[in-house]
Design a protein around this ligand. Structure first.
Ligand SMILES: *Cc1c(COP(=O)(O)O)cnc(C)c1O
Length: 484
């Protein structure tokens, strides 16, 4: 195990040489004079580099290998995106600068909004929400205000059981009541069931598309008609627009509100909880409700507009996660319309190819054609005393990242696999080969799987305790064991 940088530091060492201050010292009247050392680690430059390279090499990341984490879309993040996001003109901005000094940034936001409108068939987008779940919440607030303004007391949001887990949470936070729509044998919404469940108290159908089984709702047109006939709105969770780029424009088929996860669809792999962006889009009738400020263009100049009476208000300071927006902008501009469609086509081809190979050794509950991801099941290994968690841990020993496991809940022992479009055929073959080896190990030597992982920096963690009672350390202090 690696020691922390605080343990590696030694008094008197230094890796930086800060010149002495040659400016007059001003008393600002509010600063508290610092007393004594603040306990930062003292370490030489080379040791500092080695420390962080060691940590990076212990970690698993998208630049190290395939990362088939279903629903999370961990795809290659082109380096050019990072270069562009790091341009001085962007990183040196301050949100309090005057409008006339930040015209370029406002133009970028405005243009990205209109590109998203074009891609999604919506009339307006706000780039303020900083995560998918945040986009959902924003969308639900828009729906709530829409009905409130019309004097309609609709309380129910229909949520299929194949929806992403954040959906019902956003519904509840917004004061609506979620009602589950069960999937049929094909893993899809049964329009007859939907018709029975929707009525005068229905506010919204909240639809994850493709759903978390990686399936496209084949009755989407009828589904949308049923909801609209009930006087309700259709919300589409478009976190995984990476399956639909250039293929389906949600607004054009009648979706009223949606969000897109830029940190899945437009590179910026979200692993590790890094900054994200979940822009919310609406059609014409709801455009006035989007969060303020809106950026408007008049006579070739960009302005911020705050006083929009119907708006739900702000959902985040300033403009959201600007740096993620710059990366998404670079991604969209580099690929163009044709390129974006190829992204989705290739993600679909990759997922279907891998599904066929994995299906040799694992159960596939919904074996039809999938979109960008598919859900396999480890339930056929239960007879050997092996569970999906064992398969996931064993993958780490083979130098691969595990898929999303035990989600969606409607598939027993679920393995949710998303290979993404940037993996080549050889990588997909390798992943399938390793999955086959593990299935064989389960049969012949299940103990190996129970012990896995054995090659990683840490073995099998108690994940529940790690989340509920973390051990916290701070500079110069003792580690504080977590409390239960
Ligand atoms: C990832 C995802 C979300 C949540 O996005 P966050 O950015 O993690 O909040 C919501 N819905 C679907 C379908 C997703 O895949």
């Amino acid at each position: 195990m690696s020691t922390t940088i605080f343990e590696k530091g030694t008094a008197g060492k230094s890796g930086s040489f800060i010149p002495a201050n040659d400016c007059p010292v001003e008393d600002l009247g509010f600063a508290h004079p610092r007393v004594g050392e603040i306990g930062l680690p003292r370490i030489g430059e080379q040791d500092l580099i080695r420390h962080y390279v060691e940590l990076a090499s212990m970690n698993y990341h998208i630049d190290k290998g395939m990362y088939p984490l279903g629903s999370c879309t961990m795809k290659y993040n082109p380096v050019i995106n990072e270069e562009v996001a790091r341009l001085d003109g962007f990183t040196g901005l301050h949100p309090l600068q005057l409008e006339e000094d930040v015209q370029g940034a406002l133009e970028l936001i405005c243009e990205l909004e209109s590109d998203l409108c074009e891609i999604c068939g919506m009339n307006a987008f706000s780039l303020q929400p900083v995560a998918g779940a945040h986009g959902e919440l924003t969308g639900m607030m828009i729906a709530r205000n829409w009905f409130r303004r019309r004097g309609e007391k609709r309380k129910i949001v229909l949520v299929p059981d194949s929806a992403h887990g954040t959906n019902p949470a956003s519904v509840v936070i917004c004061g609506f009541t979620p009602k589950t729509i069960p999937s049929n044998d094909a893993g899809l919404i049964d329009p007859d069931v939907l018709e029975r469940e929707s009525g005068g108290d229905t506010a919204v159908l909240m639809l994850t598309l493709p759903n978390t089984l990686g399936l496209f709702e084949k009755d989407i047109e009828r589904i949308i008609r049923i909801v609209h006939d009930a006087g309700a709105l259709v919300y589409m969770d478009g976190a995984n627009m990476n399956a639909l780029l250039g293929i389906v424009r949600p607004g054009s088929i009648g979706v009223d509100i949606m969000h897109v996860n830029l940190h899945k669809t437009c590179s910026t792999p979200p692993g590790g909880g890094g900054p994200g962006s979940g822009p919310g889009g609406v059609r014409e009738h709801l455009a006035g409700l989007l969060p303020v400020p809106r950026i408007v263009k008049e006579n070739g100049r960009f302005f911020l507009k705050e006083d929009i009476e119907e708006s739900i208000g702000r959902v985040h300071p300033w403009f959201g996660n600007f740096n993620v927006l710059v990366k998404a902008y670079a991604y969209i501009k580099a690929l163009g319309g044709e390129g974006l469609r190829e992204v989705s086509e290739n993600s679909i081809i990759n997922a279907n190819y891998l599904m066929k190979k994995v299906a040799v050794d694992y159960d596939i509950k919904y074996p039809g054609r999938c979109m960008h991801e598919f859900v396999a099941s480890g339930r056929n290994l239960k007879k050997f005393g092996v569970k999906t968690v064992d398969v996931a841990k064993r993958l780490l020993d083979y130098g691969l990242h595990a898929p999303t496991v035990y989600f969606p809940l409607i598939v027993e022992e679920a393995l949710m696999i998303e290979p993404v479009e940037t993996e080549k055929k050889e990588s997909l073959d390798h992943f399938a080969d390793v999955m086959a080896v593990i299935a064989k190990e389960a049969e012949e030597n299940p103990e190996i799987l129970h012990e896995a992982p054995v090659t990683t920096p840490v073995r099998r963690l108690d994940e529940a305790s790690a989340a509920r009672s973390p051990e916290l350390c701070w500079p110069g202090g003792e580690c504080m064991p977590g409390e239960d």
